[in-house]
Write a protein that binds this ligand. Sequence first.
Ligand code: HEM
Length: 361
Amino acid sequence: MAFLAVLLAALTATQVYGAFAPERRATCAGGQRVKNAECCAWFPVLEDIVPNMFGGECGDDAHGALRLTFHDAIGFSRSGGGGGGADGSIIVFNDTELMFNANAGLDDPIDTEAPFITKHKVTPGDFIQFAGAVSLSLCPGAPQVGFFMGRPPPKAPAPAPDGLVPEPFDSVSKILARMSDAGGFSPEEVVALLSSHSVAGADTIDPTIPGTPFDSTPSIMDTQVFIEVQLKGTLFPGPEPGQGEVESAVAGEMRLESDHLIARDSRTSCFWQEMAGNQSRMQQQFAAAFLKMSMIGHNPNSLIDCSDVIPAPPALPANAGPHLPPTLDQKDIQQACPTSAFPTFPVLPGPAETVPAIPQA
Ligand code: HEM
């Protein structure tokens, strides 16, 4: 029985990752070795977008590309109600989908990506997920995530309907139900996906302060967001709180109400706490959930594994250990997980910090 269970688990894992698809090993024109010859087409795209779309950094354009992967993919409903998932509809039908409140601000990454899609003659669905995977390769500390190609153009006329993208003012129940309906995500996987808010900020929640980061280290993918969101909130970074914003613990930093509640909800608080300071757990769980998200609306067996095109991200800098912001201490942590204590972290020395805004592209 135990053997059967292991075999079944292995089967599921390999099928999800497309390992049963026959591989056609190839050497690309630039000398790169890949499992599947079709993937060679992505190296020129990679070599173009890293310098020319992302400026080689984990900055505003990389953050926008990462957010776009989510807003395109989550437009899908297993229970009916439309949407094609990770199909590029957010670009092809942007006249419709950018009217949705939850997609505010996505005109920026769409305007950035559109010319590269035209230039490289790839489908928008593939490009959005490719660009998101490549954006992470520029963020120190991020995992090397997978990328599969083969998403056809979205079926016309099929924009995803409104109401499918979670809002920061939604309840935890509503967000968990939506994530389950869209992609079969468990509460633990939802927490894993929120690791993305480590390299993120808000432009539209409070439009007077664009680029306000969600943690103190928005250009590296560490676990600070899981630590800093668990601190008692005391201030708003702007003059007036926006809809879906609650008080943060650090000047210059914005806290989403949804992140705040997910960190404190009995269904998710222990998973949230387990991420704090646990870089390798965050990397593994995020990479798995992110790949699953990129396949929403598709049969994985119809896609081709091009993960070997995605570069490995740089490691975290040596001085980037998990910490509490200066002047705060463990007493400022709002314990939420009922079964174990939040881990302890050193306090950064020095005066209270004000986190600078993310420079806008
Ligand atoms: C599940 C519930 C989620 C909610 C409610 C949520 C909400 C938000 C909001 C309100 C913003 C700020 C938008 C703005 O004002 O500019 C944001 C930014 C962002 N989100 Fe999420 N998000 C969620 C999940 C995700 C997921 C799953 C990903 C990716 C895997 C993601 C990636 C990002 C990124 C990278 C940004 C920063 C964009 C930038 O700086 O330009 N989010 N999110």
